[in-house]
Design a protein around this ligand. Sequence first.
Ligand code: ADP
Ligand code: MG
Length: 398
Amino acid sequence: MTAPDDATALFEQLTGHAPDGVWSAPGRVNLIGEHTDYNDGFVLPFAIPHRTYAAVGMRDDGRIRVASTFADDAPVEVALDELAGLFPTPTGATPAVAEWAAYPLGVAWALQLADPSTDPGAAGCGVDIAIASDVPVGAGLSSSAAIEGATASALNDLWNAGLDRTALARIGRRAENEAVGAPTGIMDQMASMLGEPDAAIFLDCRTLDTNLVPVGIAEARLAILIMDTRVQHSHATGGYRERRASCERGAAIMGVPSLRDVSMGDLARAEELMDDVTFRRVRHIVTENQRVLDTVKTLRESGARAIGDLLVASHASMRDDFEISVAELDTAVEAALSAGAIGARMTGGGFGGAAIALIEQAAVQTVSDAVTAAFAASGFTPPHLFTVTPSAGARRDA
Ligand code: ADP
Ligand code: MG
């Protein structure tokens, strides 16, 4: 069965009747611009073909129930007017519900706050939500934004909230930040909501202005290979939070609201003002912002084949300055480049997850074999390798 059928089957098993509709939202991969989103900077993600589906039906008792094929535990059910007592989750605390359920329930909570016309006590507003996905979880492909986008799109329609895609992206982010407790930026949700076939989304995370940038992968007979290391990461813990704090510290030392306001020309002064680790974190963000701008310009002027060096430089910056790569990611990138990839870099928040390689279509097999062989030689778990093309954003499917 496919994920949309799985979602519908789970819904029917849960409720004994058919859903009112099925909504979906994709995962995303970031072409370039890592950890720049929460620094008010630039990113260039695109939506991938893998999607999360939510089969949803209204109920008349003012309660919300969520179930997922991903979670073995029982469905989670609460009254809609209890959500305000569950969220926001205090910083560092475990959510009051199973973590996976905090994503869809957090979206419902954030949507109620954003749309006061939704009366949390109104009996007719209750919903059952059954979720199934083919987005790899914890692989840096944003299964989290996909579950948020599918849920937000469904509730926006069923509750007649009338919010636009950017507003729904903000709701997803709020759920992730305040209900789940993962301090992530807005990039993933914007990519999942606004994706378009054959285009990357150039997003200014300060203004949330977006521009579609044609990538022309297929016309150029190129492919983007995802190399999922299968090293799981969690953004709710550890290194991600720590990097965010370093960026805030760097911005405070520079006397600016965020690292977006530090230019390449300011780096010499930054180096004098701060300790080495903080400086290297700052340098990654400042140079990465510039690489995003350069990539957009290069794609428009010269096409995808010309962006390889920018991808490689981005990886080196994440490995050496931001220190968010792991041996598996470095191995994937190096093996792909040695086998002839035009460019390669880790993508997503780091500490595991996936890397991408831009390669000739004709080289998919050669590069894949080389990466698999390099993982075997290092004794790593075999990687999960597949190609992706820029795809459509959130939508109603049925
Ligand atoms: P990523 O977004 O890179 O996949 P995250 O740690 O941000 O990784 O999000 C993964 C978490 O999102 C999972 O651990 C789970 O809690 C939740 N999640 C993702 N997809 C689903 C799903 N289909 N059903 C239930 N929860 C999901
Ligand atoms: Mg995520």
